[in-house]
Design a protein around this ligand. Structure first.
Ligand SMILES: Nc1nc2c(ncn2[C@@H]2O[C@H](COP(=O)(O)OP(=O)(O)OP(=O)(O)O)[C@@H](O)[C@H]2O)c(=O)[nH]1
Ligand SMILES: [Mg+2]
Length: 344
């Protein structure tokens, strides 16, 4: 299994408590009314919450500072300052939260909606009305609010790939990852460039992400050990979707339809389960003139078998948005099915 650790470092601060108020009743004809300074409100807590719809810590690399608001100060006429709202920081299921300074693990959130208070807001200060005693009927003191806590947290998540990219060596699998994610795998003009799987986090829409992995290219006879063999397939056994990349470049001297079938035979020899995963065909290198010609036959073949095909160029970026949304749609459908019939 490819496990790759996604990490983020965030700075958090809970809200300070509001100040207590010093105030006295002012009534006509009463020179010194009693104290009526209200308490300050509590500062907001910082709370980490696990969210099923998040799949990476990418967002926290863009936003790294989180501050909850302070409580309102108390006011005269015994008015209590408002408590500040808690600040929620969403993280994916499986995120481990560590205190950077002590190295302690503060928590490990695994269920949707599970929360962990990582910094408590300061308590609101007491207003002078609370300081009244038998000997001091006109106290002029009030508490300042308690201070919020500051911490630097390390968030860690073991990522599992949602999408596996398979295909012949040199098809452009790593190039695709480099175009749709921030990963920068090695790309080169010769087969077997990728020797260990690469992982990338792809973001789309409103903060949502999925994770792709490529694996070293497979060739005919891989299940008998040809090329790098098929041992790498185990890395994509737990993905939900496969992107089957076909190299349309005439340089391969192979037939795209045959490539598709060969690859699927290799998959099947390895595992029926892997073979049975939903596939999307990404027909790559359509920036090459002859490739467009070679696309036709593959397209007809896929249409006949009702296989979704996206013509793309990982080099120029053509068709990549469509491919990305095609993957998202498929993942969403699978998620909906999973919700309907939970497997665990
Ligand atoms: N013209 C063209 N060339 C491409 C395209 N995508 C990738 N290439 C080239 O194809 C070659 C192989 O690309 P890689 O991304 O390394 O291929 P791979 O499938 O990861 O290869 P392995 O790791 O060896 O299995 C490189 O020279 C890329 O520049 C494309 O859309 N058009
Ligand atoms: Mg590669």
């Amino acid at each position: 299994m490819v496990k790759f650790i996604d990490e983020a470092k965030i700075y958090i601060k809970s809200g300070d408590g509001g100040r207590g108020c010093v105030s006295f009743r002012r009534e006509k004809y009463v020179p010194h009314g009693g104290p009526n300074g209200g308490d300050g409100g509590n500062g907001g807590d910082v709370v980490v919450i696990a969210k099923r719809n998040m799949s990476s810590l990418l967002d926290h690399r863009y936003q790294q500072h989180y501050r909850a608001r302070r409580g309102e100060h108390g006011r005269g006429k015994d008015q209590h300052g408002k408590n500040a709202e808690d600040l929620y920081i969403p993280v994916p299921l499986g995120t481990i939260i560590k205190d950077q300074e002590s190295g302690d693990i503060l928590g490990d959130l695994t269920n949707d909606g599970e929360t962990l208070i990582v910094a408590r807001g300061g308590r609101g200060g007491r207003g002078n009305a609370r300081f009244i005693t038998s000997t001091n009927q006109a106290p002029k003191n009030a508490d300042p609010g308690g201070e919020g806590e500051e911490k630097t947290l390390l968030l860690e998540l073991k990522l599992l790939a949602d999408v596996g990219i398979i295909g012949f060596p040199n098809a452009g699998k790593s190039t695709l990852i480099s175009r749709i994610s921030a990963a920068r795998p090695k790309i080169a003009d010769y087969p077997f460039t990728t020797l260990v799987p690469n992982l990338g986090v792809v973001s789309y829409g409103d903060g949502a992400t999925f994770v792709v992995a490529d694996i070293p290219g497979l060739i005919e006879g891989a299940h008998e050990g040809a090329g790098l063999g098929i041992q790498f397939l185990r890395h994509i056994e737990r993905t939900k979707v496969l992107v089957h990349m076909i190299d349309l470049s005439p340089i391969t001297d192979r037939d795209p339809v045959e490539d598709y079938e060969t690859m699927n035979n290799e998959l099947k020899s390895y595992s029926e389960e892997l073979y049975g995963k939903p596939q999307i065909v990404a027909a790559n290198k359509i920036d090459i003139t002859e490739a467009v010609e070679r696309l036709k036959e593959l397209k007809e073949y896929c249409d006949k078998l009702e296989i979704t095909l996206f013509p793309i160029s990982s080099a120029t970026g053509e068709g990549l948005e469509e491919l990305k949304w095609g993957i998202v749609k498929l993942l969403d459908n699978i998620r909906i099915q999973d919700l309907a019939e939970p497997s665990d």
